[in-house]
Design a protein. Structure first.
Length: 356
């Protein structure tokens, strides 16, 4: 990479760091407009059966467990039932076991992966999910305006807060070169291309040390690269052929650092915002960053946003994919479809006096 490109990248990284605090303050109120499907409603329950899916390796897992137990005891409820995830099973069997206890709410304590796995089973179940964010990104928690550092407040919201329905989406992944296929739910942002490359190559040690900022280092290394040809069909329309670096499917757009990636992406509008990115150089990436940061309304040909309920993407060579920050393998075909109003979650709002 030539020196001038390095200077541009360094300047962009510095601007990102400086703007993060400002962005968090400016966007906190703005992103509340993500609710279009009606106001949150009270659960109507004053006595609840509580199950908890907990990732025990998270740094505040034991504190979260004690806080949940204490809150249930204070409310006069039965002892919550805990199910811990493992390296071999990130939550699939644990959620199934939790639902067998007929809970009124399932609390999920972990990162984005644990939340996504739990939502696989809780979607369409009419059992509410309470979020106890313990991860690095905590994407869904940020998009429903939870303070990811307020453990006590998040436990109170998960147990006593009102609830609302949000959209989920499913991504079918096919690889014609290997014959592998799978389908997974996601809640916030999935993608194909550069975003998945960055996630796959982020240093775990750096991630533990500086959190989500570790993705910036990986992103800088992966900026150089060639565009790849794909065909895209939106809601059954004719295929359009594009050369891209990344395609992202956005259910809601608030990401760490206070950046509202796609301001018009709403979490319960029954649509996905499909972002096709095709920059040729570091200058192109910088222009896209500035457009996102400052919400510039002008058209930028290298970053096109479509709205669709169903998207099919085909590519001749396998490309990496990701779901809510977790890598999900290589694909030559993706089928992505929104599932409107399919997950019931607890959110911030007025709580009964007994909970306070």
């Amino acid at each position: 990479m030539s020196d001038w490109i390095l200077y541009v990248v360094a300047a962009a990284a510095l601007a990102f760091a400086v703007s993060s605090w400002w962005g968090v303050r400016r966007l906190k109120a703005l992103h509340m407009r993500s609710a279009v499907g009606g106001e949150p409603h009270d659960s109507g329950l004053r006595q609840q059966r509580v199950a908890v899916i907990l990732n025990p390796i998270k740094s505040r897992a034991e504190e979260a467990k004690a806080t949940i137990q204490r809150a249930c005891h204070t409310a006069g409820w039965d002892e919550p039932v805990f199910f811990e995830t493992t390296a071999e099973d990130p939550g699939y069997s644990q959620v199934k076991a939790a639902l067998a206890h007929k809970p009124d709410v399932v609390l999920v304590g972990g990162g984005d992966g644990t939340v996504r796995v739990a939502a696989e089973s809780l979607a369409h179940s009419e059992v509410a999910m309470g979020l106890i964010p313990l991860g690095t990104g905590n994407l869904l928690a940020r998009n429903v305006d939870l303070d990811v550092n307020d453990l006590y407040g998040n436990v109170q919201t998960a147990l006593f807060g009102p609830q609302r329905y949000i959209d989920t989406a499913r991504m079918g992944i096919e690889n014609s070169h290997t014959g592998h296929s799978s389908e997974h739910l996601f809640l916030v942002i999935a993608g194909m291309g550069l975003d998945a490359e960055v996630l796959a190559d982020t240093n775990d040690g750096l991630k533990k040390a500086v959190g989500w900022l570790a993705y910036t280092e990986s992103g800088v290394r992966h900026l150089p690269g060639r565009r790849k040809k794909v065909s895209i069909s939106l809601d059954g329309s004719a295929e359009q052929v594009r050369k891209i670096r990344s395609v992202m499917f956005v259910n809601c757009g608030l990401v760490p650092g206070g950046i509202d990636f796609i301001p018009q992406a709403m979490i319960d509008d029954g649509m996905l915002d499909v972002v096709v990115m095709s920059p040729r150089s570091a200058i192109g990436w910088l222009l896209m960053y500035l457009k996102i940061l400052f919400k510039l309304s002008g058209r930028l040909p290298i970053m096109t946003v479509y709205r669709s309920g169903r998207v099919v993407i085909k590519c001749p060579e396998p490309m990496p994919t990701q779901l809510d920050g977790d890598t999900s393998g290589l694909a030559t075909r993706l089928t992505v479809q929104v599932k409107p109003q399919s997950l019931l979650i607890r959110v911030k709002g007025a709580m009964p006096k007994a909970a306070l």
